[in-house]
Ligand binder design. Structure first.
Ligand code: AMP
Ligand code: ZN
Length: 451
């Protein structure tokens, strides 16, 4: 069996992955808060952990991997969105959840085995909070239940920081009912117009962190193998998950994996910088999901990744070339060097380098298998590869040529032809007509203004 090595945030080392039970390898990844479209950064953990899911299924067998990714459907951002839009919370979370599933499917992500919604696990959360209170790790105050951070000596071990360092660096909320500013909310009271559930502490709703502890315990049990998410979740979210589960008397994850953040053209993505966009924005602009996925996989998950227009163009060019090559392959096989690259702490950049090599050698079966393995190819070549509608350009070229035949001035025909070639089109002209065929380097953007 292939040895998989993974970098474990908890030990700060690359370790050989040894599952608790090779018949049921278990992974939990923190999912989205459903109040808006997923931005391009949100797609990074999805693609990273989808690739790991695929690798685990390859090594342990499809039926032997359980992947849980939750939906946070109770959150103050959702309440605020409902209030400002005049729509119901249920409508917003349902719509956003479906958007998320559609957009992530478009970037080639398989559906996880379980996709629990937080609101379906309120009872389990209440039970866990009661346990924490019974054991002295949590307390009730002013309709809240709070976790007593100082009661857990290991707090901060995941990120390797002391509680005092974390307080200094974090925006901890000071509140009169807290014993210590570091204590975090497990349960909070809801007003009449806020979503709420009956609990031993009155009508209220859960804080954010408890849901992952409760859902992981319910669906995966006392211990599980891998826990993943973005770097920004390490503290406080993941520290809090560990503290809650451990203090409630359960085990938790053995391997912690965190992807680095995505930036855009070298800058942090933010609405105020005007460089914020969603996965759907890109898809609507005609950027294929495979291209988005390819760009993501080109950078190792533990490195910051820069989304650039240049990378997008290059990725599309490479994929067009590869799809052209594998179209003729009648079989596919997964090359050992692709598996080896991924087994080395999910080195997707190296896997793509291997595919470049296979393409050079015109090893079409290995290339096809590699594209499939990385989630870049399904049963068929994606329709966008050949689907660009060239008819308007072809008609235009035909008209220009007819005019040139009259005037005997062919300079405009030559100019157009050169522009099509520059855009990566093969120009086939015969007496019957004009055909424009996108080749490997085709860039639709370069056609702009030609009509
Ligand atoms: P959220 O809905 O904000 O909790 O984020 C969902 C997931 O996206 C989490 O795993 C985050 O760590 C991840 N994430 C958010 N922003 C970025 C980014 N710019 N780059 C990579 N991952 C991100
Ligand atoms: Zn979580």
């Amino acid at each position: 069996m292939t040895d998989i090595k993974l970098y474990n945030t908890k030990t700060r080392k690359k370790e050989v992955f040894a599952p608790i039970n090779a018949d049921d390898v278990q992974m939990y990844v923190c999912g989205p808060t459903v109040y808006d479209r997923a931005h391009i950064g949100n797609a990074r953990p999805v693609i990273v952990f989808d690739t790991l899911f695929r690798l685990l299924r390859h090594v342990y067998g499809e039926e032997h991997v359980t992947y849980v990714r939750n939906f946070t459907d109770v959150d103050d951002k959702i309440n605020a969105r409902a209030a400002e839009s005049g729509r119901s919370i249920g409508e917003i979370t349902e719509e956003t959840t479906q958007w998320y599933l559609d957009d992530m499917a478009a970037v080639g992500a398989l559906e996880p085995t379980h996709m629990p919604r937080a609101t379906a696990y309120i009872t389990q959360m209440i039970t866990m909070i009661e346990e924490l209170i019974a054991k002295g790790h949590a307390y009730e105050a002013a309709g809240h239940a709070l976790f007593r951070v100082r009661s857990y000596k290991e707090y901060g071990a995941l990120s390797g920081r002391s509680v005092d360092d974390m307080i200094a660096g974090a925006r901890v909320e000071v509140a009169p009912y807290k014993e210590d500013p570091m204590d975090f909310v497990l349960w909070k009271p809801s007003s009449e117009d806020q979503p709420g559930w009956e609990s031993p502490w009155g009508r209220g709703r859960p804080g954010w962190h408890i849901e992952c502890s409760a859902m992981a315990y319910d669906l995966l049990g006392d211990r599980f193998d891998i826990h993943g998410g973005g770097n920004d979740l390490q503290f406080p979210h993941h520290e809090n998950e560990i503290a809650q589960s451990t203090c409630a008397g359960h085990g938790f994850a053995n391997y912690w994996m965190h992807n680095e953040m995505l930036q855009v053209e070298g800058k942090k993505m933010s609405k105020s910088l005007g460089n914020f966009f969603t996965v759907r924005d890109l898809l609507d602009q005609g950027v294929p999901g495979e291209v988005i996925r390819f760009v993501m996989l080109s950078t190792h998950y533990r490195k910051p990744m820069d989304w650039t227009e240049k990378k997008r163009v290059e990725a599309e060019k490479t994929l067009r070339k590869w799809y052209g090559q594998v179209e003729k392959a009648d079989a596919s096989r997964v090359s050992e060097s692709v598996v080896a690259a991924l087994a080395d702490d999910l080195n997707t950049a190296q896997a793509i380098t291997v595919l470049h090599g296979l393409s050079e050698l015109n090893e079409t079966q290995g290339l096809k298998g590699g594209l499939r393995f990385l989630g870049l190819l399904g049963d068929d070549i994606p329709s966008w590869v050949n689907a660009t509608d060239m008819s308007a350009y072809e008609t235009h070229m035909l008209e220009v040529r007819q005019a040139a035949m009259q005037t005997k001035d062919f300079s405009e025909v030559d100019r157009l032809k050169a522009a099509f070639i520059e855009a990566g089109l093969e120009v086939r002209m015969s007496k019957d007509g004009v055909e424009l065929v996108p080749s490997a380097g085709f860039d639709a953007a370069k056609l702009e203004g030609l009509l």
